[in-house]
Design a protein around this ligand. Structure first.
Ligand SMILES: Nc1ncnc2c1ncn2[C@@H]1O[C@H](COP(=O)(O)OP(=O)(O)OP(=O)(O)O)[C@@H](O)[C@H]1O
Ligand SMILES: [Mg+2]
Length: 497
């Protein structure tokens, strides 16, 4: 391989990379070297005799540019161009043509040559000028490619961020058609992300979104709550001029769980202050009430006359009912000390059912049991039994008060592996709870039962007990289709078992 270096003072070519000059005879090389020296360009000219050797060099190292003669000893210049093209190199190639044949010049440009010059001693003088022009053009192309790469990467990053967010984010046109949506939307609706564009959002969500024209009102961002599929979403819409067209960006956050926790907290707060008041009153009433009951019992025994005996018995019955209410109030205000032991939830349910089996059979209410074999829970069995009993009593009442003939109460126990919780579900096929009273059912003294039938304390006591056990209780009901009460109780950590 013959290599000759020509280094002169440079104007703008200060790179330490070489310029390859492939093929040509000694005369050509001398002329080329001279041309660069005359232009006072500081370049390293590497003369490579054959195409194959040149390809080896190119594969190993970069070059500022490559001058290749149309005919080489081992291949023609066009084959060389094709081989270089395969390598997808950023180096500009300039072909030194044998003559002015336009067809061949065009072929060279098509095969990937950046430029060409004619092989005559005169045109060799223009070699540095051609190189300069090539490099300038190459630099523009390089910068454009770098910019495009940057844009693609930044687009990819933004997409990754948007797809990583679990809230629904999407953009619509003025007709409410989706222009773009993040992965949370396509995943939720089980759609291929590629086919989201053009879909009408109300076909997806089954509801109109705020600013249904698709553009946020008066071009102002807005936030409000909407219900979708029984869940509550906080929806924010932002107007945006995109591609010279008015569009809206929507962000939907599911706040159902957050809402429930807030309500629970609010309820617990309410219960705590009411509990304090109630426990004071209950204690005050308890003592005189014990006196009333004791003396009424004595009087009943002492009286001989039947009519008076019946009257005193009525006093006794009423006083005992008061006592029951006071006891309930004391439970509600959690003045009773709970004693927790490891218990089987299925056994507690069975023991509770034993208390009601006769009554349920008499009223023709079917009991369906679906128990899972779940680990023991750390609970106060008496209190949990009271909760189950309250729920069964409510279910019974709901069924019988509506004269339902095929009454059914279903009891389910499950283990929720993810939450490490025991789940108890008690459902009935009664009339259900109307949505307007649903938010109040756990409130103390809330009842829809006639005076003297219900105190409205059953569910609030149950709520207090379950909270005290670190669990949750909630009701789900579709009017006319009965109610399901779901209780979740945490399981003790494994080392407690
Ligand atoms: N399974 C159910 N089906 C329909 N409504 C129900 C059901 N369970 C509770 N409710 C409604 O919730 C209200 C409150 O229930 P809660 O158990 O707290 O009080 P109550 O049953 O009315 O009175 P108490 O339990 O003190 O005898 C009920 O009055 C009823 O309107
Ligand atoms: Mg009740």
């Amino acid at each position: 391989m013959s290599i000759k270096k020509a280094t002169e003072k440079s104007k703008d070519l200060s790179s330490s990379l070489p310029i390859l000059f492939i093929g040509g005879d000694l005369g050509d090389r001398t002329l080329a070297g001279k041309a660069f020296r005359r232009h006072a360009m500081d370049v390293i000219l590497e003369f490579v005799p054959s195409g194959k050797e040149a390809l080896d060099i190119i594969r190993r190292q970069s070059a500022v540019a490559v001058f290749v003669n149309q005919s080489l000893p081992d291949m023609d210049g066009f084959t060389f161009l094709r081989e270089v093209k395969k390598l997808n190199l950023p180096t500009p190639l300039i072909m030194i043509m044998e003559n002015d044949d336009e067809k061949l010049i065009l072929k060279a440009l098509r095969e990937g040559a950046y430029d060409f010059l004619n092989k005559s001693s005169r045109s060799f003088h223009t070699l540095p000028v051609v190189l300069d022009r090539c490099l300038a053009r190459h630099e523009v192309v390089r910068q454009k490619a770098a910019k495009e790469k940057l844009i693609t990467e930044s687009k990819k990053n933004w997409l990754a961020i948007l797809d990583g967010i679990t809230d629904f984010i999407f953009m619509t046109d003025t007709e409410g058609r989706i222009i773009k949506a993040n992965r949370a939307v396509s995943n939720h609706f089980g759609k291929n992300p590629k086919f989201m564009a053009g879909v009408q959002y109300h076909d997806l969500f089954g509801t109109e979104l705020p600013n249904e024209t698709g553009v946020a009102t008066a071009n102002q961002p807005s936030t409000q709550e909407i219900a979708i599929d029984g869940d509550t979403y906080l929806i924010s819409s932002f107007p945006l001029q995109y591609d010279n067209k008015p569009t809206t960006i929507y962000v939907l956050k599911n706040i159902t769980e957050m809402r429930r926790l807030k309500e629970q907290l609010h309820h617990a707060d309410k219960l705590a202050s009411l509990g304090l008041l109630v426990s004071g009153v209950a204690h005050e009433i308890n003592n005189p009430l014990t006196g009333v009951i004791a003396y009424a019992e004595l009087l009943e025994m002492e009286l001989a006359e039947m009519e008076s005996k019946i009257k005193v018995k009525k006093i006794l019955d009423s006083a005992e009912r008061c006592k029951k209410i006071v006891d309930n109030l004391l439970t509600f205000s959690r003045q009773q000390i709970s004693t927790k032991t490891l218990e089987s939830i299925n056994d507690i349910i069975e023991r509770t059912l034993d208390l009601r089996n006769y009554w349920l059979a008499v009223h023709n209410i079917q009991i369906v049991k679906d128990y899972h074999n779940i680990r023991a829970v750390f609970v106060d069995a008496q209190q949990i039994q009271q909760v189950i009993l309250n729920l069964i009593l409510n279910a019974e009442h709901a069924i019988t008060s509506h004269n339902k003939q095929d009454g059914k109460i279903t009891l389910v126990t499950r283990y929720d592996r993810d939450k490490h919780h025991v789940v108890i579900k008690i459902s009935d096929n009664g009339p259900g709870i109307p949505p307007n009273i649903m938010p109040m059912i756990f409130d103390p003294f809330f009842t829809t039962k006639p005076v003297g039938v219900g105190t409205g304390l059953g569910l609030s006591i149950s709520y207090g007990i379950i909270m005290e056990h670190g669990g949750t209780i909630r009701a789900e009901s579709h009017e006319g289709e009965g109610v399901t009460f779901a209780i979740e109780l945490p399981l003790p950590s494994k080392n407690l078992q």
